[in-house]
Structures are given as C-alpha cells and as structure tokens.
Design a protein around this ligand. Structure first.
Ligand SMILES: Nc1nc2c(ncn2[C@@H]2O[C@H](COP(=O)(O)OP(=O)(O)O)[C@@H](O)[C@H]2O)c(=O)[nH]1
Ligand SMILES: [Mg+2]
Length: 280
C-alpha cells in the first residue's frame, strides 16, 4: 500500500445511522445474502461483520467474478467457507449467468427456521431473504436478476415501510426488493483506499490523485499494466507524459491521468485482479 496517508473522509454519525437502518431491516428476514466485490473478498465487508448482521444464516456472494482471476478466486472461496462457515458462491450479476444456485442455497439455509415455525404449529411459509452489501458491489444487479423471472409483488408485511416490497422469486423464497446497505466505514485507510479503487466509496470522499497513485503502487510489478501504459515505472507523471497530457508550463496533467487510471482499472482494462491477500 502507498506509504503516505491517503485521506478518505467519512462521517461516523452517518455510518452509525446507516448501520441502525440496516439492523431494522435485518429483523424482517430469515436469511441474508451478503454480496461482496470479488476483487476485495475481505475489504468489501467488515472484519467482524457478524456483529452487524447478527447470527442469521448468511450466504456469501463473491460478485463481479468476471473481473478477477478465477483460480485465485477459488482459493478465496475455500478460505471464506472455512473462516465464516457460510456457503460461498461466485457470481456475475451483470452477465448472462443465472443465479439459481443462489436461490437454492438461500432456501436450504432458511429451512431450519421454517421447520422451527412449523414445529410451533404454524403453516409453512416462504423464507424471507434480503440482499446486503457495501455500495456498488452489485446488490441491485443481484436483486434484478433474481426477480426478473418473477415479478409477483407479495405486498407489505407487518413492520415493513410502504416502500419495501417482497417479491416471490420461488414458492419457497420471498426477497425484499431493496438491498440493505453496509456503509463503508473508513477507519482503516488501507481498506478505504481499496474500496475507492472499486467505487465503493463516494467520489466526494477523496481526490483521485492519491487514490490512483496508491493503485499504481499496488500494480507496479504488473507487466501487463506497464505495457498498457507503455512505461516501466508506473507513475501518474510517466503515464501523462506518454499520453501527452500536458498542462501549460510543461506540467503533466496528473489529475486527468488519475481519473483515467481509475476508470481503466474499474472497467477491467488493466487486467483481472484480487487486491486482498488470503490470510495465512
Ligand atoms: N463487471 C461486472 N460488473 C457488475 C457485476 N454486477 C454488477 N456490476 C456493475 O457494477 C455497478 C454497480 O452495480 P449495482 O447493482 O448498482 O450495485 P449496488 O450499488 O450494490 O446496488 C453497475 O455498473 C453494474 O452494472 C458483475 O458481476 N460484473
Ligand atoms: Mg443499488
């Protein structure tokens, strides 16, 4: 990571409020579908996420798998399965791949709860699920994909605000049609910078130059990236000069370059990366 401190701004009050709102919504469901950015299998969640999500059954999705190296991602699936004891699935919510494995797993995970209700004499009902995750990890894309085949709104249930609707995606599964947002806490700057790389942090919270610098630092030994920018030493200045993005007085336009480098990375033009390391 970049040695110098990158200041990403955040507001603890906003985070606390967002966490409270998330907890209220969590009370409504039997099973949680937590979406993470596969490029950040750890950093796109909290270190002790269970504290926020409680002990409800949880399914983990490593989404945007198309932007990662699949062999490396398999190691993460193994690691996360072992460390969280949750099922872990690899997804691509943007492409044409279907999410039937997600539906199947969510139903399986919630079955003990449904059985417990029936043991108390209640009739069987569909399990209730919601999608949660940090900004931009693909929550809405996952919801859209899951609900595309079935648009049956089943109406508001007790305690649910009018805007929140359930969609029956399967006779055994209802899904809340809006996601729960895990706010990106930025008390850990290294994590915050990685979240900025993947647009999980609001653009108002940072300026592009230090963030793009930190990204280039991480990618500095990557031959593909060096070739892509036609320079051996990956600095904003060198890239700007190669592209002839010069301001008056022969100054390289590092701000414009920073914006482009971040865009190139986000759109997968610099290759496929996982930016966290599997803990030993
Ligand atoms: N490459 C890629 N992009 C994705 C994938 N899933 C979602 N996206 C894109 O990521 C961006 C954020 O997705 P969105 O569903 O709005 O995220 P949300 O903020 O968590 O609801 C959008 O531009 C999506 O098209 C995926 O699997 N692969
Ligand atoms: Mg969304």
């Amino acid at each position: 990571m970049a040695k110098e401190k990158t200041h990403i701004h955040w507001y603890p009050g906003h985070i606390a409020k967002a966490e409270r709102q998330l907890k209220e919504k969590l009370n409504l469901v039997d099973v949680i579908i937590e979406v993470r950015d596969a490029r950040l299998p750890l950093s796109s969640s909290y270190a002790n996420i269970e504290k926020l999500l409680g002990d409800k059954p949880r399914l983990l999705l490593l989404n945007k798998a198309d932007l990662t190296d699949k062999d490396e991602l398999k190691k993460w699936v193994k690691y996360l399965k072992e460390s969280t004891e949750c099922p872990v699935l690899i997804t691509e919510a943007k492409g044409s791949k279907d999410l039937s494995a997600v539906v199947k797993s969510a139903i399986e995970l919630s079955e003990p709860k449904i059985q417990a209700l029936m043991a108390k004499g209640l009739l069987r009902r569909p399990a209730r699920a919601m999608v949660v995750g940090m900004p931009n990890v693909g929550k809405s894309s996952v919801i859209n994909k899951l609900t595309k085949s079935s648009k049956t709104k089943t109406g508001a249930k007790a305690g649910v605000t009018r805007q929140q609707q359930w969609v029956r995606i399967n006779p055994k599964l209802d899904l809340l049609d809006t996601p729960g947002i895990i706010p990106t806490r930025q008390d850990n700057q290294e994590q915050a910078v990685k979240l900025a790389f993947v647009s999980s942090v609001s653009e108002n919270a940072y300026s592009p130059e230090p963030v793009a610098k930190a990204l280039l630092e991480m990618l500095r030994d990557d031959n593909f990236v060096k070739e892509y920018y036609k320079t051996d030493v990956l600095t904003l200045e060198n890239i700007a000069l190669k592209r002839s993005w010069i301001l008056k007085a022969e100054q390289p336009d590092t701000e414009r370059t920073a914006i482009y480098v971040l865009k190139d990375f986000r759109e997968g033009r610099l290759g496929k990366f996982i930016l966290d390391e599997v803990p030993q």
